[in-house]
Design a binder for this molecule. Structure first.
Ligand SMILES: Cc1ncc(COP(=O)(O)O)c(C=O)c1O
Length: 419
């Protein structure tokens, strides 16, 4: 039996000392469950790699913006990486110190930049010459100093899914190599800007050592080029993107990252930070969903469940494969091949295709694994479906982190015209 995480006792799925069946009964379905211990485990794995570099971990809030999760990450010692004023306000609401917050993102509006500068956040990662000019103008207008790093596009093939690849010149992210010296010069000349360093993030779901090695080598060389020109380049933000193996039980692996980091930065010439999301939170989460109906055609067996693409969009958006488990293993059930699908009126509304599962009946509950990152946070209300509840298991106790949305709440923002 694993010491931490989801495990079976007499065939039944448990987390800490709580049965998932009990959680489904108490909170209803669909509901996301998170395990504090798996979060802690992934955080400390990474912290042990970063500590020799005195490196700081900033949790990428985009991967899970629940206030309770941000607060828990911060209690562990993580700062935050945000990409909007909304995410920034979430962090401030749970008392993340502004000095621990990095603001990334390719399309920061002027009001977002001004708010961030006024909050004295740690660093803005600028992604274009236009953005730099906006930052310079705003900081001068409000007469407040701001640390600015440049997010570089190093034209690296991240060898990952097209939709989560951000580091090559086809992507909208970062400032291209040819423009970096000019961009840094602009920072250097501005009276209210402190040139802080460089940032890079080449994509998500990175496993390949060569990708990390190339990225780190290129950013280090570029930092030295700038230093040789007389610029101050103290901080390197190496991004996130550490891969999670969704098919495996033990999903986490920082090996390639750690090897490349130790090789490229062994002399410790820079202040290093990282901004991972997925690797810190993915494995901790499951989505509990109940079978509403079963149905078979000549070629398919369907389990139509009460979660859908509005709760978990990863399968249809990225062809992601999440393992799916019955809450109770029953020895008298045969194995069948199922498509696990939601009730939304789209063929793309599926959670798993061609899954071998024990024969499953109406009203039984399934656990969709590794849903902590880019799960609930990517929810929508498509088909007027309320969002799921979220529950945190901490010290063998259940804490509700997000209430199930009510249909009435969905109707509140629309205005009925007086036709
Ligand atoms: C700039 C930036 N930093 C960090 C992340 C976090 O990536 P991951 O959740 O894969 O670690 C992202 C994800 O898109 C990103 O765009």
């Amino acid at each position: 039996m694993r010491k931490i995480g989801y495990y079976r006792k007499s065939g039944e799925l448990f987390l800490q000392n709580i049965s998932l069946k009990k959680l489904a009964d108490d909170y209803g379905t669909p509901t996301f469950i998170y395990d504090s211990k798996l979060i802690e485990n992934s955080f400390y794995l990474l912290k042990n790699i970063m500590d020799p570099f005195n490196g700081k971990i900033h949790f990428a809030v985009k991967s899970n913006d629940n206030l309770g999760i941000i607060k828990y990450m911060n209690n562990l010692g993580a700062g935050a990486d945000v990409v909007s004023i909304g995410e920034l306000k979430r962090c401030l609401k749970v008392s993340v110190k502004p000095q621990d917050i990095i603001f990334s993102g390719v399309g920061k509006r002027k009001d977002e930049i001004e708010f961030a500068i006024n909050q004295n956040i740690k660093q803005l990662n600028a992604e274009s010459i236009e953005e730099i000019k906006d930052i310079i103008e705003i900081s001068k207008d409000i007469k407040k100093k701001v640390n600015v790093a440049l997010r570089v596009n190093l034209d690296i093939n991240a060898k990952t899914h097209k939709k989560i690849s951000t580091g090559d010149e086809n992507s909208k992210f970062g400032i291209i190599y040819d423009e970096i010296v000019n961009a840094y010069k602009l920072l250097n000349e501005a009276s209210f800007v402190n040139p802080y360093g460089l940032a890079v993030h080449v994509g998500s779901q990175l496993f390949d050592y060569e990708v990390f090695f190339q990225t780190f080598s290129k950013i280090k060389n570029l930092a030295f080029e700038l230093k040789n020109l007389g610029f101050k380049v103290n901080h390197l933000d190496l991004g996130g993107g550490f891969g999670v193996d969704y098919a495996a039980e033990n999903a986490l692996n920082y090996k390639s990252f750690s090897k490349a980091l130790n090789e490229v930065f062994k002399k410790k010439e820079f202040q290093i930070s990282v901004e991972p999301g997925r690797s810190l939170i993915a494995e901790s989460g499951v989505l509990l969903t109940k079978v509403i109906r079963t149905k078979s055609t000549n070629i398919k067996n369907f389990l139509i469940v009460d979660a859908a693409m509005n709760n978990l969009i990863r399968p249809t958006l990225y062809n992601a494969i999440h393992s799916i488990k019955p809450l109770k293993l029953k020895s008298d059930r045969s194995i069948r091949k199922y498509d696990v699908v939601g009730p939304i009126c789209e063929t793309g509304d599926f959670l798993g295709i061609d899954f071998n599962l024990q024969e499953t009946k109406k009203n039984e509950v399934l656990a969709i694994m590794t849903c902590g990152a880019y799960g609930s946070v990517m929810r929508s209300n498509y088909n007027s479906r309320p969002s799921a509840a979220e529950v945190f298991i901490f010290d063998n106790k259940e804490l509700l982190l997000r209430q199930r949305e009510e249909i009435d709440q969905l109707l509140e923002l629309d205005i009925i015209p007086n036709f």
